[in-house]
Ligand binder design. Sequence first.
Ligand SMILES: Cc1ncc(COP(=O)(O)O)c(C=O)c1O
Length: 504
Amino acid sequence: MKKTNGKIDDCLSTRNGHLFIENLDTVELIKRYGSPLFVFSEDQIRRNVRRFQKAFQKGWQNGPVKILPAAKANWITAIQRILAEENCGCDIYSPGELSVALEAGFDPQIISVNGVPKDEEHIYKCVKTGVRITIDSEEEVDMIAKATSELDITAKVRLRLKPAISGFIRHTDFSAEGLVPTDIAALVYKGGLSLEKVIEIGQKILKMKNVELVGFHEHHGRHHPSTLYWKEQMKAFARDLGLVCKNLNGYQPEEIDIGGGFPVPRDPFNAMTHYSDPLQLGALHAISKGLKVLGSDIRYKTLAKLIDPIVSKPNQKSAPTVEDYAEVCTSTLQEELLKHGIKTDGLLLQIEPGRAIHGDAGIHLTTVRNIKRLTSPIRWTVIIVDTTEFWFTGGRLEHHLHDYVFANKTEAEMTGKADIDGRSCYGDRLMPTVLVPDVEVGDILALLDTGAYQEVSMNNFNAMPRPASVLVSGNKSSIIRRAEREEEVFIRDVIPEHLFKEEV
Ligand SMILES: Cc1ncc(COP(=O)(O)O)c(C=O)c1O
C-alpha cells in the first residue's frame, strides 16, 4: 500500500502508529462503539461523487451528466441521504431500495428503477411516485400501462439492453471460477433485454398513450479494470443503440445510462484468485502424492519447504483514475453515437457507479481474539478475529483480497506470515497466508475498501448478530446502523403450537 507522510488516501492516514479515518483514531472508535465495526467517511463519499461529476461533465459538454450511485452497494439510509444532498440520482433494484431512496429525499425523476421481476404493486408505486422505470422484461409493459391508466398519469421509461458484445475479449474478472471471456460473461451474468426484444417493446411503447420512452440503459459491470474495456463497451453500446433507433424510425433518446463497474483505486476485486493457483496447487498435490511412499516425516518436511514461500498479497497495481475512465467513455460515446445516427446535443448522460463511490469510503475494524501457532507437522499461524466472511459475502463472491492495516500498529514491520480467519465455524479463511506484524490478542485489524456491498450483504450464519455502522464526519462520529441484538436474530421464528412443551 502506498503511503506518503502518513497519508494513505483522502480519508485515511496514520498518526503516531494508529490508523485515522478523517480526524478520528480508529482505535478510539473501537473503544467507543465495540468490535467489529463498519466505518464510513462522509467526506470520501462526497469527494468521490464530485470527482465523477466533474470528470464526466468535462468530457460531455453538449449535455448534462447525472450520477446515479447504485443503492445496492450501500443502502444505509444516512449514506443515501448524503448522496441526495449531493444532487445525485439513485439506481435502485428492489421495492426496499425504492423505499430507502424516497425516504432519503432523491428527486423521483432521477431514481432509476431497475430489476426483474417487478410485481404489480411495485410498478404501481413507481408510476405513482414518478420515478424512471428501467424496463427489463416484457411483462412490465402491460403492468405500467395498467397503472398509468388507473392513475391517469404518464410514466417515463427506458429500456435496458443486455451489455453489448464488444471486441474486448479477455478473461473476465467477474467469474474467478474459470477463464470465462468477457463477452460470454456479459451475456450470462448481466441483466437486460435482447436487441430484438428492445426493438419490439420500443415499437409497442411508442404507440402507447400514457407511457413515454425517454432513453436506454445498459450496465456493463466490473469485468475488467482497463480503459480499453470501457472503450470497446462504449463503441458496442453506441452501435447497438444506432441499430435500435433505426428500427424505431429514427427515434432519438433524451437520456442514456451506461451503468456502473468502475473499480476503486486499490481494486481488491478478484485479488484472492491468481490464475496460476490451479497449476501451483496441482503441482503441490502431485508432489505430495509422490512423497507418500517416503513416509510422513520426509513428506511433511518437503511440503513445509514448498508451502513456506507462499504469500498472498492484495492487488499492488492501482486501477486507472476516474478521470481516465471519464475521458475514454465520453470521447468514445461522443464519436460513436454520432457515427450511428444518434444526436448528442442535449443528451443526458447517466452513470451508476456503486463500488467506485462507496468502496474506499468504508473500512471494517475487527479485533484479534486468538492466535494459534502450529509448529508440527508444518509451520502455520492462524490469527482469529471477531468478524467473519459471512459479513463479507459481497467480497467473498467476488474473490476480493482487501488491503489491510493493523490499526494500532501501523508502523510495525510485517515480519510474520499468517492466515487471518473469521469467527464462524465455516472455512472462514478471510485472508490466506498474508504478511503480518508481531500480532497480539487485542490488536485491531482494519480491512480497507469495504464501503461497497459488504455491510449490506451480511447474514446471520451461526446465529451471530450483525455489527454496527458508524459515519465519521471530520471530528465527529455517529451511529448510522446500530448493532443487531441477539433476540433480533430470532425475530422471525415461530414455534407451531404442537411443538410447545406440555406443562407438567
Ligand atoms: C444496474 C446496475 N447499475 C450499477 C451497478 C453498480 O455496479 P458497480 O458497483 O460495479 O459500479 C450494478 C451492480 O451490479 C447494477 O446492476
